[in-house]
Design a protein around this ligand. Structure first.
Ligand code: KG4
Ligand code: ZN
Length: 348
């Protein structure tokens, strides 16, 4: 019999509640995906303020849950299992979702699964494109993470091939936006400005691409500094900053490194399918260049729609459904949130 899985997400600045239906054939159907974001409360600080985020989760949790059930036309008693983000993320923010999930699971007497936020970003793709082939390669690019992952089983087996050694890709977008006087979060305005700019106007550095660098690790802090120096230099000389060209050239450097390393990893591992997810997967140039390079290499590319790429509850419900389908054990109710949960731990 089909089962209803509820997913709760609160690791950063989005309070998400998702509902999915797990069918007997293992396919997962999206029923509701409600998100309340506190991003506007953080904008003037240029980044997420943990205490502000925690308070916003507390206020949004119950209303967001009610909206999800109303959208799906379900009542709470229809729920068969609950999944909640156990980590990684901000400690106080995670705690709000975990506490709410424990309360709902206890009240409804259903099993609870503490799951990995990063695995959720990959699992969400199954809501749009169906079951994931095994193995597949995931490029996870968000405000907090930049990782290349080998996924043999989304419910139980994820291996990290590489990650950023400093800033996450989204973080670099946010910092460069600030240098250019563009609003936070920086990804969307840079993406927009870049459309009117010349991507080869300025040759910004491609981090970690030297012969002695780890093939699948990333570095974006040198790129961010190079952009800041370039803009400072132009300002000192009294020149007008060509925002569109700087944005396009910066974006080209990010997309170039991400796609080159991801395609190389897929080829070396003999993997035929690539999934790109996380907030930065909404980037138009990243998607375009990835499509080009995957086509040349004969790799199938899957990128969930932007709404599914950014943090949400449906991704946690989807992962929960795969964990349930994989007959993984439920998490004992006394578990704690783990802000540093490693990516290979899919469920606690
Ligand atoms: O996955 P996400 O919503 O939250 C985290 O878990 O971090 O990702 C947010 C990040 C921000 O850094 C934002 O600037 C970036 O995703 N982002 C983009 C675009 N849309 C959002 N970066 C580049 N291009 C975009 N179109
Ligand atoms: Zn995320």
């Amino acid at each position: 019999m089909a089962r209803i899985i509820m997913g709760i997400e609160s690791s950063c600045d989005e309070t998400g509640v998702g509902l999915v239906r797990l069918h007997d054939d293992g396919t997962v159907e999206l029923l509701a995906d409600e998100v309340a974001s506190s991003v506007e409360q953080h904008a003037r600080f240029g980044g997420v303020v943990p205490e502000v985020a925690s308070r916003a989760h507390l206020e949004a949790m119950v209303p967001t849950t009610s909206r999800a059930f109303a959208t799906a036309g379900l009542s709470m008693s229809d729920v068969d299992a609950i999944a909640v983000t156990a980590g990684p993320g901000l400690a106080g923010a995670l705690l709000v979702g975990v506490s709410a999930a424990k309360a709902y699971a206890t009240a409804l007497d259903v099993p609870l699964y503490g799951v990995n936020h990063l695995a959720g970003h990959i699992a969400v793709d199954t809501l749009q494109h169906g079951p994931l082939p095994s193995p597949c390669l995931a490029l996870l690019v968000s405000g907090g993470h930049t990782q290349l992952l080998r996924v043999d089983d989304i419910a139980s087996s994820i291996t990290e091939l590489g990650s950023t050694v400093d800033d996450a890709a989204g973080e670099a977008y946010d910092k460069v936006a600030r240098v250019l006087g563009l609003p936070y979060p920086g990804g969307p305005p840079i993406d927009k400005a870049a459309k009117n700019g010349n991507p080869s106007a300025i040759a910004f550095p491609r981090g970690m691409t030297g012969p002695r660098d780890a093939a699948f690790d990333f570095s974006f802090s040198g790129l961010k500094t190079a952009v800041a120096r370039w803009v400072e230099g132009a300002a000192r000389r009294g020149e007008e900053i060509p925002v569109d060209d700087v944005a396009a050239s910066f974006q080209e450097a990010v997309a170039d490194v991400l796609t080159a390393k991801a395609v190389r990893a897929a080829k070396e591992q003999g993997i035929g399918t690539m999934v790109i997810s996380g907030g930065v997967a909404a980037n138009s140039r990243l998607k375009e260049l990835a499509a080009e390079r995957c086509a040349v290499a004969g790799i199938e590319l899957r990128v969930p729609r932007p709404r599914l790429c950014t943090d949400n509850g449906a991704m946690i419900a989807a992962l929960g459904a795969h964990v349930v389908a994989g007959k993984r054990p439920a998490t004992p109710l006394d578990f704690s949130a783990n802000p540093a949960l490693p990516v290979n731990v899919v469920s606690l």
